[in-house]
Structure formats: structure tokens, C-alpha cells
Design a protein. Structure first.
Length: 100
């Protein structure tokens, strides 16, 4: 069973960059929405942010994010560390896994 962070992801296309006002620099995966009451929401994650890294690994597609999160769960980690970029600012956020 896939651990749920409560984020919906999309490729960072030119259209998505325009819609969410994201410059051409950030690389990664776009968060299009965050589920209410989810671990991601509790960690302060918002739609329009870009996930650059999961743990120490760069991510470039939604599938990258999913597989890295799954791996963290397999490794019995209590949370997963995401590097987020928003308005040119980068920060690390630890998101706890929802207990199934």
C-alpha cells in the first residue's frame, strides 16, 4: 500500500509554469493540490509549490516522487524529507506518513 502524503502532482510544463506563476528556473514536480487534513497540509505544503528533491534525490517527474516516497516507507522511515521551492525560496519540509 502506497503511503499517502495527500498531494496531487503534475509535470512542470510551460502551461503549468504560467498558470502557477513559476519561473523557468525551478526544476522538479508541481504540487497541484493538497488534500485537507493530510500529512502534507499539516506540514504547511500548498498547491503551486515545486518539489525539487525527495530525501537526497532530485526528482523530475511525479513517478520519481512516488517511488522515492514508497522507498522511504519501505525503509521504515517515519517521515519523508521534501525540498520545496516557492517564489524563489527553497526549504526542506519533513512530512510524516499517515498511519494506515
Amino acid at each position: 500500500d502506497t503511503p499517502k502524503l495527500g498531494v496531487y502532482l503534475a509535470e512542470l510544463t510551460p502551461e503549468a509554469r504560467q498558470r502557477y506563476r513559476i519561473g523557468k528556473d525551478p526544476e522538479g514536480v508541481l504540487i497541484t493540490s493538497v488534500q485537507q487534513g493530510s500529512p502534507a497540509e499539516k506540514a504547511g505544503i500548498e498547491a503551486g509549490q515545486v518539489i525539487n528533491m525527495v530525501g537526497q534525490e532530485m526528482v523530475t517527474s511525479p513517478q520519481d516522487v512516488v517511488s522515492r516516497v514508497k522507498q522511504a516507507a519501505v525503509d521504515n522511515k517515519p517521515s519523508v524529507l521534501l525540498m520545496l521551492e516557492h517564489n524563489g525560496m527553497q526549504r526542506f519540509v519533513a512530512v510524516k506518513f499517515a498511519s494506515a
